[in-house]
Write a protein that binds this ligand. Structure first.
Ligand code: SAM
Length: 205
């Protein structure tokens, strides 16, 4: 399983996560980022082309060495300086109140203790700073949620710890953040169990 997780899955993710629909979503989620930004679950750098000019630096947090290697060209081409600064969203290597914004795109499904990571996000955000997120998670429809619960053990295995059924808004609030904008929808072109999406902004509560 380690071989699959280390050597295969990052390549699959790099392909699957880079599609037209996701690019549109990434552009929306990144649109209002500014200043010193931290990204948790940086992956292969697929958000980099969407960073607006107001971003002065990106500090990336990502455990997969292969993801960072696959991101190399995007990092070189990025309009903002990128520093790979950490490997675990649950223990962010940044001072309190040091980031203007944090970005998380489809990462809270996978970080083992998402609430611990969100407490860290809250700790490092400057007063007035914000978490910009898009995540898939537990659907609001009961029937879809039942399917998500059934499929979750398989999903966790084939997608390296990714959960289909996390209650994303509840986790964000539990992490000490207050959601100031939230769009809830099914992403186009995917089965509903995988497509239940939460997109928005949260600030320190
Ligand atoms: C579904 S991928 C999303 C990647 C990227 N955010 C994107 O939008 O393409 C989930 C990412 O979370 C990362 N991840 C897993 N555990 C993590 C942790 N403890 N801290 C930070 N990131 C983690 C994975 O390595 C993977 O890159």
């Amino acid at each position: 399983m380690a071989f699959y997780g280390d050597k295969i899955f990052p390549r699959v993710m790099n392909r699957l996560m880079d599609n037209k629909n996701n690019r549109e979503i990434r552009a929306r989620v990144c649109r209002d980022l500014a200043g010193d930004v931290v990204e948790i679950g940086f992956g292969t750098g697929l958000n980099l082309p969407h960073f607006p000019a107001g971003v002065t630096r990106l500090q990336a947090v990502e455990p997969s060495k292969l993801c960072i290697r696959l991101a190399a060209q995007r990092i070189d081409a990025a309009a903002v300086p990128v520093r790979v600064a950490g490997t675990d969203g649950q223990f962010l290597p940044f001072a309190d109140e040091s980031a203007d914004a944090v970005l998380s795109t489809w990462s809270l499904c996978t970080i083992p203790d998402a609430v611990a990571a969100l407490h860290e996000v809250r700790r490092i955000l400057r007063p007035g700073g914000s978490l910009h997120f898009v995540e898939h998670g537990a659907a609001t429809d009961e029937a879809v949620r039942r399917w998500q619960d059934r499929l979750n053990p398989i999903q966790r295995r084939i997608a390296c710890g990714c959960n289909l059924n996390r209650d994303i808004p509840a986790l964000i609030e539990e992490g000490g953040l207050r959601i100031s904008r939230l769009d809830t929808y099914y992403a186009r072109g995917e089965p509903k169990s995988f497509a239940a999406t939460y997109e928005g902004v949260a600030t320190a509560a």
